[in-house]
Design a protein around this ligand. Structure first.
Ligand SMILES: [Zn+2]
Length: 309
């Protein structure tokens, strides 16, 4: 690696992936589980909110499906989808930032890596958002930071709880200090949610939650939940191992390790996230329990666009 700057290395933009590798033996409309090698029918996998029915492996989940799986049917109204990142620094690594943005926008059909909405969970109105890891590794630049700040501000204004589902490689290096600033401003907005509205914030950590996102609002939840076997940490295990020159303990930086060490409150299977959050919010807000607790996710309804941002 000598002589090469880190971002020029072939693996610089590589991100931990748990999608099955492109496998010529996998038939069309099927996905092979990278954990147990079971062949899963794509439609059935989607219906199971992308959890392997055989071994419980949690595949990455698209933000639309994520929010539909968390919120009550027909309650979602999207916000801030019109915010677009700008290349203020004229940043160029192995290719220009503008080109990276354009290719992600084209591939995913969204302007940036965060999706936020108003909705309700078990009848509790909430402001909710989640990362799209497919968009430049879910990295947090100014647009993602602005969207999250606005999410907390809407929650403060409406006096409702906030929920953020994280999956991110951290700050977006192509925006330099502008991306690092987002750590401070999201946390400041979150502070106002507590001080001014006295409303809870539930942080859900999914695979992988790292870098500046893990080092800011993701670890500041009043309640922090994580999906099973997710990578959660600041720097990656390889970097830490090389820095301290020691072998790392077994299971280091997984949800299970963090739970054992008191860093998170619970590990919740994806299928139980909605009921867990619904029950928690109703308890925290002093609302009566719902008689049909334990009901499962309803049929997803299309997401409406907010009339104004
Ligand atoms: Zn499996």
């Amino acid at each position: 690696m000598a002589g090469k700057r880190w971002f020029e290395r072939p693996d610089a933009m590589a991100v931990p992936s748990r999608e099955s590798a492109a496998d010529p033996a996998t038939p069309e409309f099927y996905t092979r589980c990278p954990s147990c090698t079971e062949l899963l029918y794509d439609e059935a996998l989607r219906e199971a909110i992308k959890v392997c029915g055989r071994c419980g492996h949690h595949f990455p989940l698209e933000p639309e499906l994520r929010l539909l799986s968390l919120c009550d049917v027909g309650t979602l109204v999207e916000h801030d989808g019109h915010l677009v990142a700008r290349d203020l620094l004229g940043f160029f690594d192995s290719k220009p930032y503008k080109a990276r943005l354009a290719s992600s926008q084209k591939a995913i059909g969204r302007s940036d890596a965060f999706y936020s909405a108003s909705g309700a969970v078990w009848g509790v109105p909430v402001e909710v958002g989640c990362f799209d890891f497919r968009f430049m590794g879910g990295s947090m630049g100014a647009v993602v930071g602005e969207s999250i700040t606005r999410l907390y501000e809407r929650a403060t204004e409406r006096k409702v709880p906030a929920i953020v589902v994280s999956a991110s490689g951290g700050a977006r290096m192509q925006e330099g200090v502008l991306s690092l600033m987002q750590m401070a401003r999201t946390c400041a907005a979150l502070g106002r949610l507590r001080d001014e509205a006295g409303m809870p914030y539930v942080s859900v950590l999914t695979h992988p939650t790292t870098g500046g996102v893990a080092a800011s609002f993701a670890m500041l939840g009043d309640i922090i939940l994580a999906e099973p076997r997710s990578l959660i940490g600041f720097a990656g295990p390889r970097v830490i191992k090389e820095t301290i020159g020691q072998a790392l303990p077994e299971g280091f930086q997984t949800s299970e390790y963090l739970l054992d060490h008191g860093m998170i409150d619970a590990i919740v299977e994806r299928s139980a996230l909605r009921s867990t959050i619904g029950r928690l919010l109703r308890q925290l807000l002093g609302l009566p329990a719902l008689p049909d607790e334990g009901r499962t996710t309803g049929t997803p309804a299309p997401v409406r666009e907010a009339g104004s941002a």
